[in-house]
Design a binder for this molecule. Structure first.
Ligand code: GAL
Length: 642
């Protein structure tokens, strides 16, 4: 596969006299793909049934005239005002019970059947008209599910659909959707606090309860909300597929965990995601202010890579960056100018992790609306921005490295969206969240120069790997337990791995209940971050730990003599949240056991190894010395290894 460049373009925002020149300039810059249309519903259909596709025909023609390939977006992320007039109850409702208004975007609730039908109608119109157009070579459904926290809606429509969903989940026979309320009462343990129901129609959404709702209820609602996204997306994909052979994608986001991206990915031909490294550093990562200061113009050295690896997996091996930050954005707490060279570094990093296309947001900054302070490749008057020149250079450099050739990693890290929900529903203390637990392990592995695959919990084939990490996977299905215990390598699990059943209840016999692992958790505690628990061999447990008893071998102790790490059969159980020092020590020993190579990389330097290239990235703001060469700040070095 070839590595290519793309751009996000909004022809509807500019006079059509500019379109031809824009298309020519895109070619000049080395752009091959242009994404359009994802917010243009009111231009396509200014009033119900009044269709205006001529402008879209024209721009696709113009782009085609320059041999630019079109990614056509479905416009369902921005319902027009007339839609809200028609269906006032289609609005997204937040946890406080407030209906969101028209006046920005994503104001819809995924459960509203009237809106869903309108989406099917507009998608079908587009798919019929452009499905066989030789220049429409990919489709994007909607835009960023989960953006502005709009996936979990507490609307009336959601309540009705949730009750139906529960009836199906708790029906006695697969063919019967009537539901068995006693089965639900038992599965949720509703005898506790007299929470029993006598019919499904009594079950509310789990918001606005006096104290926390039953965790089984909250978990069911999370899964339901996730299924609604999967269903909404699949309805669009199915229609597009009827009329087009072009691949279909969706542009996911950074650290959005409130729906199961792997399940949405099952219905897509490839995954894509939107990468805004400087916004993410300030907005999405728990880190101290020294760290954020150090990387404020470069971004977190691991956050983008984590998502490249995640979406490569969501896309079943195939992914793009659909939106790449080109300069200051408008939406984060601080919006600095990236260090010189960072736009190139971010792009190369995506390519190094297997991206086929890196596409920039946006062609030209728009002097109206909410994103006036968001840079693009041009200023509003058409002057070229600094990102433009970085991409121009990238276009030249890409000529020597045009092919994507990845190499299977030897380390797998399991990431699971239900586990994230489980930690959020019952965190058991401050600073305890699943994403950061997994991400800190990912970061520690990267600091030692490892290339990692991020896999879903339904993955079954592990024979290419040497080490598998399964931190915090609260519910582990039997299939995964079996595959891991058959795996011929090291499996590092814990804390909190396999500690609940799928409804978030505590199983008896007590967890973790892993095959051939003879120990059970007898106590768990969360504690203040300024009172960590010291480990006898160095480093600490922070925030959280468990105490286990049984016959598994204790391979590490806390300074006070409690078991900290236990091993039995395939499984090494880490009974707490490790700090970076202990994490490094434990990962190093696993790498040595597996006879794997590693680097001890200087601060901010990361590598990614492919079949024929090793990429070196210097995220730090200083010159760094590595075993291959000195890297200046923001430098990318590509080492040929074959
Ligand atoms: C993305 C979104 C784009 C644009 C961009 C600004 O989240 O998909 O439409 O808003 O952010 O950074």
């Amino acid at each position: 596969m070839k590595r290519s460049l793309g751009v996000c373009y909004y022809p509807e925002q500019w006079d059509n006299s500019k379109w031809q020149q824009d298309a020519e300039d895109m070619v000049e810059l080395g752009i091959s793909w242009v994404r359009i249309n994802e917010f243009a519903w009111s231009q396509l259909e200014p009033s119900p049934g009044e269709l205006k596709f001529d402008w879209l025909d024209e721009i696709i023609e113009i782009l085609a005239g320059q041999k630019l390939k079109v990614v056509l977006g479905t416009p369902t992320a921005a319902p027009p005002r007339w839609m809200v007039n028609k269906y006032p109850d289609m609005l997204f409702c937040d946890k406080e019970g407030t209906l969101r208004k028209h006046g920005s975007r994503r104001q819809y609730c995924f459960s509203h059947s009237g809106y869903a039908e309108e989406c099917e109608r507009i998608v079908e119109l587009l798919a019929k008209r452009y499905g066989r157009n030789p220049n429409v070579l990919a489709w994007q459904t909607d835009n960023e599910y989960g953006c502005h926290d709009t996936t979990i809606s507490y609307s009336n429509a959601a309540k009705v659909e949730f009750q139906k969903w529960l009836r199906r989940e708790y029906s006695l026979k697969a063919t019967d959707n009537d539901g068995d309320i006693e089965a639900l009462n038992t599965a949720w343990g509703n005898v506790f606090w007299s929470m029993n129901y006598s019919s499904f129609s009594e079950i509310e959404l789990p918001n606005k309860t006096v104290t926390e709702a039953n965790p089984a209820h909250s978990m069911a609602f999370k899964k339901f909300s996730s299924d609604q996204v999967v269903k909404f997306n699949k309805r669009q994909v199915d229609i597009i597929k009827k009329f087009s052979d072009a691949p279909v994608t969706h542009n996911f986001m950074g650290r959005i965990t409130d729906f199961d991206h792997f399940k949405v990915g099952q219905d897509l031909d490839f995954a894509s995601w939107d990468s805004y490294p400087l916004g993410f550093l300030e907005d999405r990562i728990e880190a101290d202010s020294e760290f954020k200061k150090e990387f404020c113009r470069q971004g977190d050295p691991d956050f983008q890579a984590f998502h490249h690896d995640l979406y490569r997996s969501v896309g079943k091996g195939k992914f793009w960056v659909m939106e790449q930050q080109p300069g200051p954005v408008n939406w984060a707490p601080y919006n600095p100018i990236p260090l010189d060279g960072m736009v190139q570094l971010w792009s190369w990093e995506a390519f190094a992790h297997g991206a086929e296309v890196v596409s920039y947001f946006r062609w030209r900054q728009y002097p109206y609306g909410q994103e006036q302070m968001h840079t693009g490749l041009h200023l509003p008057d058409g002057t070229k921005s600094s990102a433009y020149y970085e991409i121009k250079k990238l276009k030249e450099d890409l000529k020597n490295y045009s092919l994507v050739k990845s190499r299977p990693s030897q380390i797998a890290l399991i990431f699971d969206y239900d586990a994230d929900a489980a930690w959020e529903i019952q965190p058991h203390g401050r600073n305890l969240n699943y994403f950061m637990l997994v991400f800190e392990i990912y970061r520690a592995l990267r600091k030692l120069g490892q290339s990692i695959d991020i896999l879903s919990s339904s993955h079954e084939e592990f024979s290419d790997y040497k080490i598998i990490f399964v931190p915090g996977l609260v519910y582990m299905n039997d299939q995964l337990k079996q595959s891991l215990s058959n795996f011929n390598g090291q499996v590092l699990v814990g804390p909190r791995t396999s500690t609940r059943d799928k409804n978030l209840n505590t199983p008896i016999p007590l967890p973790p209940n892993l095959p051939n692992f003879d120990a059970k958790i007898v106590l768990t505690e969360s504690f203040r971050s300024d009172e960590p628990i010291e480990l006898a061999n160095g480093g600490y447990f922070c925030n959280y730990r468990e105490i286990l008893e049984g016959n598994a071998e204790v391979i590490e102790l806390t300074s006070k003599g409690d078991p900290a790490i236990l091993r039995d059969g395939n499984f090494t159980y880490i009974a707490g949240w490790l700090d970076s020092k202990a994490l490094k020590r434990i990962i190093l020993s696993a790498l040595k056991n597996a006879e794997m190579d590693f680097y001890d990389l200087p601060r901010g330097v990361r590598v990614r190894t492919n079949a024929e290239e090793r990429f070196w990235f210097n995220y730090s703001s200083k010159l760094q010395r590595t075993s291959v060469k000195e890297l200046s700040s923001g430098e990318v070095f590509i080492e040929r290894i074959k």
